[in-house]
Design a protein around this ligand. Structure first.
Ligand SMILES: NC(=O)c1ccc[n+]([C@@H]2O[C@H](COP(=O)([O-])OP(=O)(O)OC[C@H]3O[C@@H](n4cnc5c(N)ncnc54)[C@H](OP(=O)(O)O)[C@@H]3O)[C@@H](O)[C@H]2O)c1
Length: 330
C-alpha cells in the first residue's frame, strides 16, 4: 500500500488522504458499473494510498454505501474514513430536515455501511434555509450525542451556503465544487474555512470528466448518465454536471487546459494537483469508473506543485472562457 500525504479533516480531528475517492459512479448513476468492477476501483484507490471515501444514501439508492460497507469489512487494515450524506431521498422541503427523519436516515446508512457510528454525515445540498436553522444544528448535535454519527458536515451548491455553515461551531467540513472551471470558492470560502478550522472537501474536481480533455463535441454519454439528462439542470442543480459549464464551451476550454499540463502528468492529474495545492483544501474526491482512473487520480498527490506561471494561465483561461457563465451563479 502506498502512503499518501494526509491532512486533518477539519473538526473531525481525523486525518484523510489529500486525494480521496468519490463514489457516486459506483451507485450506477453514471451508467452501469458491475459489482466486481466497483470493488476493484475501491481497492485500486486504497492500494494507491486513498484513505477517504465520499458516498451518499442516494447513490444507487444505497448501493454505493453497501459496496463500501462490504469493502471496508474485507479490508479492516485500510483505516478508511467514510463520509456519507443524507437528505436527498426525501422531498426537498425544509420541513423534512427534522430529528426523527435524521435518525431514520442515519439508521439506514448505518445498516448499509455496517457500522454503529457513522464517521461523518453531510447534509446533501438541502434547501438553502436549512443551513441557517438552529433546530437543524440542535438535531445534528443530538445525533452525535446518541453516537449515531461521530461528526456532521455540509455539502453545498453556493459559496453563500458554505459561509452560513462555516459560522456554526459543530460543522466539521464543507464539501463544495472547486476545480479550474470553478474558482469562486478560492477567495470567498477557503480562507474563512481555514480560519474556522473547517475542512474543505473539493468535489466535481474534473468538471465531470471535462478537464481530462478526452471528450469532443461528438462524445455520446449513456442515457442513464447525468451528463446526458442533466445538462441544463433538468433533474438536479445544473452546477453538478460539467460544473455548470455549457458543454461546447467546456470542451474548447479543456483543450486549452490540456496545453498547460506539465510533462509527466495528464490533464486530469493536473486539475487534481491544482486543487490540492490551494490553501484550505483538505481533500479532493474525484469519481472514477475504472481501476486506471482511480490509480491515476491517486498519483496526482505525488506530483510536484504547479508553478506560478501555470496557476496564472489557469486563472486567465477561467476569466476568458468560463467566468461569465458560472461566477455569479454559484
Ligand atoms: N451534491 C454533492 O454532494 C455531490 C455532487 C456531485 C458529486 N459529489 C461527489 O464528488 C465526487 C466527484 O465528483 P464527480 O464524480 O461528480 O465528478 P468528477 O470527479 O469531476 O468527474 C468524474 C468523471 O471523470 C472521469 N475521470 C475520472 N478520473 C479520470 C482520469 N484519471 N482520467 C480521465 N477521466 C477521468 C470519469 O468520466 P468517464 O465516466 O467519462 O470515464 C469520471 O466518471 C462524486 O463521485 C461524489 O462522491 C457530491
Amino acid at each position: 500500500m502506498i502512503r499518501m500525504e494526509q491532512r486533518t479533516l477539519g473538526r473531525t480531528g481525523r486525518d484523510v488522504s489529500v486525494v480521496g475517492q468519490g463514489t457516486w459512479q459506483l451507485g450506477g448513476d453514471w451508467g452501469e458499473v458491475r459489482e466486481t468492477d466497483a470493488f476493484a476501483v475501491l481497492d485500486a484507490a486504497v492500494e494507491s494510498g486513498v484513505t477517504f471515501f465520499d458516498t451518499a444514501d442516494v447513490y444507487g439508492d444505497g448501493r454505493s454505501e453497501q459496496l463500501i460497507g462490504r469493502y471496508r469489512k474485507d479490508r479492516p487494515d485500510a483505516d478508511i474514513l467514510v463520509a456519507t450524506k443524507m437528505g436527498r431521498r426525501a422531498d426537498q422541503i425544509p420541513e423534512n430536515y427534522v430529528l426523527d427523519n435524521f435518525r431514520a436516515w442515519n439508521d439506514r446508512s448505518r445498516t448499509n455501511l455496517g457500522v454503529d457510528t457513522l464517521d461523518l454525515v453531510q447534509l446533501h445540498c438541502p434547501p438553502t434555509s436549512v443551513y441557517s436553522s438552529d433546530a437543524v444544528y440542535d438535531a445534528l448535535d443530538t445525533l452525535v450525542a446518541e453516537q449515531r454519527i461521530a461528526a456532521y458536515a455540509v455539502s453545498v451548491e453556493t459559496c453563500a451556503e458554505a459561509l452560513t455553515a462555516i459560522a456554526r461551531p459543530g460543522v466539521a467540513s464543507v464539501q463544495i465544487i472547486l476545480n479550474p472551471f470553478r474558482l469562486k470558492p478560492l477567495d470567498e470560502v477557503l480562507p474563512r474555512a481555514a480560519e474556522a478550522g473547517v475542512g474543505i472537501i473539493a468535489r466535481v474536481p474534473l468538471a465531470s470528466g471535462l478537464l481530462s480533455g478526452k471528450y469532443t463535441a461528438d462524445t455520446v454519454f449513456a442515457p442513464e448518465d447525468h451528463r446526458t439528462y442533466n445538462r441544463h439542470g433538468e433533474a438536479f442543480d445544473q452546477g453538478e454536471t460539467f460544473s455548470g459549464v455549457d458543454y461546447a464551451t467546456g470542451v474548447a476550454a479543456a483543450a486549452e487546459f490540456a496545453g498547460l499540463v506539465p510533462e509527466g502528468a495528464t490533464p486530469a492529474q493536473t486539475a487534481l494537483r491544482w486543487i490540492i495545492q490551494q490553501p484550505g483544501v483538505t481533500s479532493v474526491i474525484p469519481g472514477a469508473r475504472s481501476v486506471d482512473q482511480a490509480r491515476d487520480n491517486a498519483a496526482a498527490a505525488a506530483l510536484p506543485p504547479l508553478p506560478q506561471s501555470t496557476l496564472d494561465a489557469i486563472g486567465e483561461l477561467y476569466d476568458r472562457r468560463i467566468r461569465a457563465e458560472v461566477h455569479a451563479r454559484w
